[in-house]
Design a protein around this ligand. Structure first.
Ligand code: SF4
Length: 369
């Protein structure tokens, strides 16, 4: 596959592994967090940890939007879907994420709620146009990569004067979560030496956003693509920064990411959305300024206002270790349900539902240590 195969060359990957092994100081360990679920998936899929030296370890981060959505927001969506006038449009992964007491949108659909799986925001607009007598709500979720399409969808709904359309907004931001991780007492014990920065998110927000982590937190950040050679090169760049006592933002994924990001996409988002004071993340708790909501001008498209929804906070299943895994302090194999009660066919927690979740990645690619 052109533009992918050249970044999956085994000989070059092993060469990069040799370079990491020869440059990594055997007297110390290196712990790098890959923030993004796509990177977690790539590490498991290509067995990258198997070719890294033992003193270079990867810590999985919270960069999977389905995984970090707390159970309370799923409960809110189920209440919305249970309203007889509502058609709730959701992406497939969300159907199986559990709210409190094992509830899910899939179960709500099975008992008669009108929950429809969509592939894009365009589908949701079409469903609203086809059902003028119903209230169509789009369950918006994702990091900075998926926020611009939601912004464009809202502008489109406004242009088409859609009166029966709204958005249940769960868009979240990467930098506040990275800051939360660095300030968490748990993770300070783990001592992260640097971050492999997200690929797609950085196409939108640019590398400049991460400079605070290098300058104020003293942590190197290397933005990396998703292919195995991208990741191996990014890890080598991080090892070199640590060895040279440098804390910089470097861009391995220069074929797609710039310092400024995508100004057009950023403008679309800032026209429609504003910061929430705080937003709950599974595993991280309430994170200041980490979530987005619709601006007052677009309040009529905000499902939380339109349906007077109350924020729900419910505890996680105590047997599920997703919270600790998303904070980077545990691995999937540390959960006693991993691979026994909890598998991709019978997921207990969100990290097993989403293909970008650490538990699903470890299970799918046989990473049992
Ligand atoms: Fe939660 Fe299942 Fe992962 Fe355990 S294996 S942490 S129950 S998702």
């Amino acid at each position: 596959m052109k533009y992918a195969d050249e970044f999956r060359d085994k000989a070059i990957a092993l060469g990069l592994a040799r370079a990491i092994r020869s440059e990594a100081d055997p007297q110390r360990s290196y712990r790098f967090m890959e923030f993004c679920g796509g990177h977690t998936h790539a590490i498991s899929r290509y067995g990258l940890e198997d070719i890294l030296p033992k003193n270079v370890r990867m810590i999985h981060g919270p960069g999977c939007p389905v995984c970090v959505l707390p159970a309370g927001r799923i409960d809110m969506a189920i209440r919305l879907a249970d309203r007889p006038e509502v058609i709730l449009c959701v992406y497939g992964d969300l159907m199986r994420v559990r709210g409190s007491q094992g509830a899910s949108l899939l179960k709500a659909k099975a008992r008669g709620a009108d929950v429809r799986m969509v592939y894009s925001t365009v589908d949701a607009i079409r469903i609203a146009e086809e059902n003028p007598e119903r209230e169509v709500v789009f369950f918006a979720i994702g990091f900075e990569t998926s926020t611009p399409p939601t912004a464009i969808m809202i502008r489109r709904a406004e242009k088409r004067q859609l009166e029966n359309f709204s958005v249940f907004c769960n868009h979240v931001r990467t930098p506040p979560a990275m800051q939360n991780i660095l300030e968490s007492p748990d993770i300070r014990r783990v001592e992260i030496d640097g971050f492999v920065g997200p690929a797609h998110v950085s196409i939108i927000i640019g590398t400049e956003t991460y400079e605070v982590f290098a300058e104020e937190f003293g942590k190197p950040v290397v933005i990396s693509g998703f292919e195995p050679l991208d990741m191996m090169q990014a890890i080598l760049m991080l090892v070199r920064q640590v060895n040279e006592h440098r804390n910089e933002v470097e861009n391995q994924y220069s074929r797609a990411v710039t310092r400024d990001g995508n100004p057009r996409a950023k403008e679309e988002v800032s026209n429609i959305f504003e910061l929430r004071d705080q937003f709950e993340w599974r595993g991280l708790g309430l994170v200041p300024y980490s979530g987005l909501k619709l601006k007052q001008t677009y309040a009529r498209f905000d499902a939380e206002i339109r349906f007077a929804m109350n924020e729900l906070r419910v505890p996680d299943n105590p047997a599920c270790e997703c919270g600790a895994i998303l904070r980077g302090v545990k691995k999937p194999v540390d959960c006693r349900l991993f691979g026994t009660v909890c598998t991709p066919e019978t997921p207990v927690g969100s990290c097993m539902v989403s293909s970008e979740g650490a538990c699903a990645a470890h299970w799918t690619y046989g990473r049992f240590r």
